[in-house]
Write a protein that binds this ligand. Structure first.
Ligand code: NAP
Length: 248
């Protein structure tokens, strides 16, 4: 499939997990992909190598999405190396559940900085370079529908993302730029393994509430993002699409 041929994409947090698979999928559909990482340079280079081995083009670029200068350098790298920018996937994010009594300023600031400020800075730096047909896709979460106990901060960040998605669809729509979000349910990734979610009671809790009866894999999410990035979704903007096996 080459519906993203000649498009250039930035995927934030693409060294691991959902972001890595989004980068591989966009490249497999013909896009040239900037694989952003924060600490995982080697992992990002592995993603780039896999894309190149499959005949695609990619570039690993380190940038902390909470740092405006680094975000501007990330966007500049895409323009300098590939000559244009069409698709931005705001995937970089962290999750840490905590009881409300144990919620600290640090827990709040870290999650809101990466999950909300990050996408705002990236969208702001990218928007001037996105022309008609441009697409911004924010990775939200089905927690905004499920509202799990002990997730007030994380769920708050993703609620903000859903609202920001709607606002930016109105703000950038007149320039022909579409803005949508994808909301995964629990997905098996490096991050959810490290958090102890995979194989836990939380996984069983999710499976019991998921009509399709399992948790997600990264390959369940990336095709939804590729669709939203493509002209096939040319009449879709301001949407938050659940990719959760029906869990809501
Ligand atoms: P993951 O496996 O933990 O990977 C996180 C990625 O984000 C890594 O590539 C990491 O980069 C990057 N990152 C973290 N902080 C960053 C920063 N300041 N600047 C740039 N990149 C940064 O995560 P995941 O499970 O794939 O989740 C990805 C996204 O999906 C997140 O937004 C998450 O909220 C959302 N989501 C996940 C699930 C799930 O169950 N997995 C469900 C719903 C929504 P380095 O490793 O290079 O530092």
């Amino acid at each position: 499939m080459s519906r993203l041929k000649d498009r250039v994409a930035i995927v934030t947090g693409a060294s691991k997990g959902i972001g890595a698979e989004i980068a591989r999928r966009l490249a497999a559909e013909g896009a040239k992909v900037v694989v952003n990482y924060a600490s995982g340079k080697r992992d990002a280079e592995t993603v780039v190598a896999a894309i190149e081995a499959a005949g695609g083009e990619a570039l690993a670029v380190g940038a902390d999405v909470t740092n405006r200068d680094q975000v501007e350098s990330l966007v500049k790298a895409a323009i300098d190396y590939f000559g244009r920018l069409d698709i931005v996937v705001n995937n970089a994010g962290i999750y840490q559940f905590a009881k409300i009594e144990e919620t600290t300023e640090a827990l709040y600031r870290q999650q809101f900085d990466i999950n909300v400020l990050g996408p705002l800075l990236v969208a702001g730096a990218a928007a001037p370079h996105l022309g008609k047909g441009g697409s911004i896709i924010n990775i939200s979460s089905n927690v905004t529908r499920v509202l799990p106990a002990e997730s007030a901060v994380y769920t708050g960040t993703k609620g903000a993302i859903d609202a920001i998605t709607g606002v930016l669809s109105r703000e950038l729509g007149p320039r022909g730029i579409r803005v949508n979000a994808v909301s995964p349910g629990l997905v098996e990734t490096e991050g959810t393994h490290a958090a102890g979610a995979v194989g836990s009671d939380f996984q069983a809790w999710n499976e019991a509430r998921t009509p399709l009866g399992r948790i997600g894999q990264v390959q369940d999410i990336a095709p939804i993002v590729a669709f939203l990035a493509s002209d096939d979704a040319g009449w879709v903007t301001g949407e938050v699409i659940l990719g959760s096996g029906g869990m809501r």
